[in-house]
Design a binder for this molecule. Structure first.
Ligand SMILES: Nc1ncnc2c1ncn2[C@@H]1O[C@H](COP(=O)(O)OP(=O)(O)OP(=O)(O)O)[C@@H](O)[C@H]1O
Length: 243
């Protein structure tokens, strides 16, 4: 039996715009329903970051080996470090029947668009470069040189986000709670479409329990009208299909 599966969700935008903050909120509010694809990076762990959870921290040599072996769906060099999303990282989320979240920059978006992953693309933006800089300074993760580099890249990211057709939605993260509410609203709207059968990611078997999306994701509430869809639903964390 064939069934549609919810498309992965990409959160992209300049460093400091709040991508990880929003992802953490989603995962905390809906435990088990979303899974973060854990990226590989050659940068050193920040205080509190856990290997295998926040990133897979690897050496440049290991990274180059993986790139050469074609193990990444996207990779990019950024602020002297290499970052990449491995096929295995995405697959391990999909295997848990979770909606895969991807936190990637504009180069990652460009690369993903060449794959058959078919995610939904959200651009997260700070209200201004000035605010972005303030947030990065407050985060205390950057030195003067890396801060400058991030701000320069942010300008390119902002320009890129304006290109027509690249993103499904742009969210300005000014007041965090408002931006987060907007993100949830958009996921609700776009996933509902996706689960009406527009999703291109198909899996051939392994499903025996099929749930209405409103039963699965509390954010969809009880009023989401998804009737009339032949393949409506998302996979539960435990797998399977009902209805
Ligand atoms: N709406 C907001 N108002 C104020 N501060 C915010 C807001 N959103 C996020 N922040 C703070 O801004 C900083 C940057 O956010 P975050 O680390 O989530 O950005 P990011 O886009 O994931 O950055 P990077 O790409 O460098 O990982 C963090 O210290 C976070 O707590």
């Amino acid at each position: 039996m064939e069934a549609t599966r919810c498309r992965p969700l990409v959160l992209s935008g300049p460093s400091g715009c709040g991508k990880s903050t929003m992802i953490k909120k989603l995962m905390a509010e809906f435990p088990g329903f979303f899974g973060l694809s854990v990226s590989h990076t050659t940068r050193k762990p920040r205080l509190g970051e856990v290997n295998g959870k926040d990133y897979h921290f690897v050496t440049r040599e290991e990274m180059h080996k993986m790139i050469k072996a074609g193990e990444f769906v996207e990779h990019a060099e950024y602020a002297t470090n290499i970052y990449g999303t491995s096929k295995r990282a995405v697959q391990s989320v999909v295997d848990k029947n979770q909606i895969c979240l991807l936190d990637i920059d504009m180069h990652g978006v460009e690369s993903l668009k060449l794959t058959d992953l078919n995610p939904l693309y959200f651009s997260i933006q700070a209200p201004s470069i000035k605010v972005l800089e303030q947030r990065l300074r407050l985060r205390k993760t950057e030195n003067d040189s890396s801060l400058l580099h991030r701000i320069e890249s942010a300008r390119r990211e902002i320009e890129y986000s304006k290109k027509p057709g690249v993103f499904d939605a742009i969210i300005v993260n000014d007041v965090l709670e408002d931006a987060y509410a907007k993100l949830k609203e958009l996921i609700k709207e776009l996933c509902a479409e996706c689960c009406r059968g527009l999703c291109a990611t198909r899996i051939p078997n392994g499903c025996n329990k099929w749930l209405d999306i409103s039963e699965v994701l509390p954010m969809f509430g009880n009023n989401t009208d998804l009737t009339g869809s032949s393949s409506c639903g998302v996979f539960t964390p435990s797998g399977g299909k009902t209805g």
